[in-house]
Design a protein around this ligand. Structure first.
Ligand SMILES: [Zn+2]
Ligand SMILES: [Zn+2]
Length: 319
């Protein structure tokens, strides 16, 4: 198979590798399309976290399996099913979880080994470029569920990258009033098209206490502050983006105004299935997606970092 292998820093090479070995319960997914996620950019930007090179990155995928009809996407978390969090249907917080492209070989390859029970059939007629968005969409759908956001609520989305834009789209489609703060002009235009009723060019423009909920899809000190300051007393901030590992938070403001700040990691299997159904029923626009070949993957990473006004979401096609 061919695979994009991350070798540390910004070094990503296309390599010929043996076919992936299969463990019990696994099948080979022939990758058709894979999405570059903000979290794939972390090691490229010098924040590898638990990733160790050499590693095939990527966890957003659409593909096919030999001798089976149709296309599949993959629930990318591998969970134990037995720990307390798994038994409480919070398997995203499984004590023994693994993730494709993090501590398991990822999907930026022509083939990847996945657990058979992680396969989700893609509804007929759903464009693969939309289906591959199920993973970033599931992140905000899960935050919506856990926070208890409802139609009629106001939501401040901080950041208009793919996760932020899909959060805008989901919240607007579900009847929330959405404000999005994003510095890149091209992405603010997208946020409006995706249903934001107001867009702000700077986090400093966020009006105090303007929203019931905030979703921080960036996750640095500046956006934490904007999200916290932007929710009403008793409001809730979900940290979905993880741009900065540690930093200062306005604790006095949190206490005095009774604001909840909650970290949000991934999604449950049920969230993932619901996200796929949502995309099939209400597909977002296609024209903001940039499809490149797997062999152009390194260039895709470079453009996302250096030219965020020219490219928002890159999908890598194997054929
Ligand atoms: Zn992702
Ligand atoms: Zn578990």
């Amino acid at each position: 198979m061919r695979a994009l292998v991350w070798h540390g820093d910004t070094r990503i090479d296309l390599e010929d590798l043996p076919a992936p070995p299969l463990a019990t319960g696994e099948v080979v997914l022939e990758v058709e399309l894979a999405g570059i996620c903000g979290s794939d950019m972390h090691p490229y930007r010098g924040h590898p976290g638990p990733r160790h090179p050499p590693l095939i990155l990527g966890h957003e995928v659409v593909g096919s399996v030999a001798d089976r009809p149709g296309r599949f996407t993959v629930f990318p978390l591998v969970t134990c099913g037995r720990c307390r969090r798994c038994l409480a249907e919070e398997e995203n917080l499984c004590e023994r979880r693994h993730l494709l492209g993090l501590d398991l070989p990822g999907v930026f390859a022509t083939q990847v080994a996945v657990r058979e029970d992680a396969l989700l059939p893609i509804p007929d007629g759903l464009d693969s470029r939309i289906a591959v968005l199920v993973e970033p969409l599931a992140a905000s759908l899960s935050a919506w569920r856990v926070d208890g956001i409802a139609a009629g609520d106001s939501v401040l989305v901080v950041g208009g990258g793919p996760i932020g834009l899909l959060a805008v789209y989901l919240c607007a489609q579900r009847g929330a009033r959405v404000v999005c703060a994003e510095p890149v002009a091209e992405r603010r235009v997208l946020a409006e098209r995706f249903g934001a009723s107001e867009v702000l060019a700077e986090t400093s423009a966020v009006r105090p206490e303007q929203a019931d909920f905030a979703i921080d899809a960036v996750g640095v000190e500046q956006t934490w502050r904007a999200a916290i300051g932007g929710v009403r007393p008793g409001g809730t901030v979900a940290l979905v983006g993880l741009g900065q590992a540690e930093g200062v938070m306005p604790a006095a403001d949190l206490v005095r105004r009774g604001v909840t700040v909650r970290g949000h990691y991934a999604y449950t299997r049920a969230d993932f299935e619901e996200a796929l159904g949502f995309l099939a029923e209400t597909p977002p626009p296609l024209d903001w997606l940039t499809v490149m070949g797997l062999s152009e993957g390194a260039e895709g990473f470079r453009r996302l970092v250096e030219e965020p006004n020219s490219v928002t979401k890159v999908l890598l096609a194997t054929r």
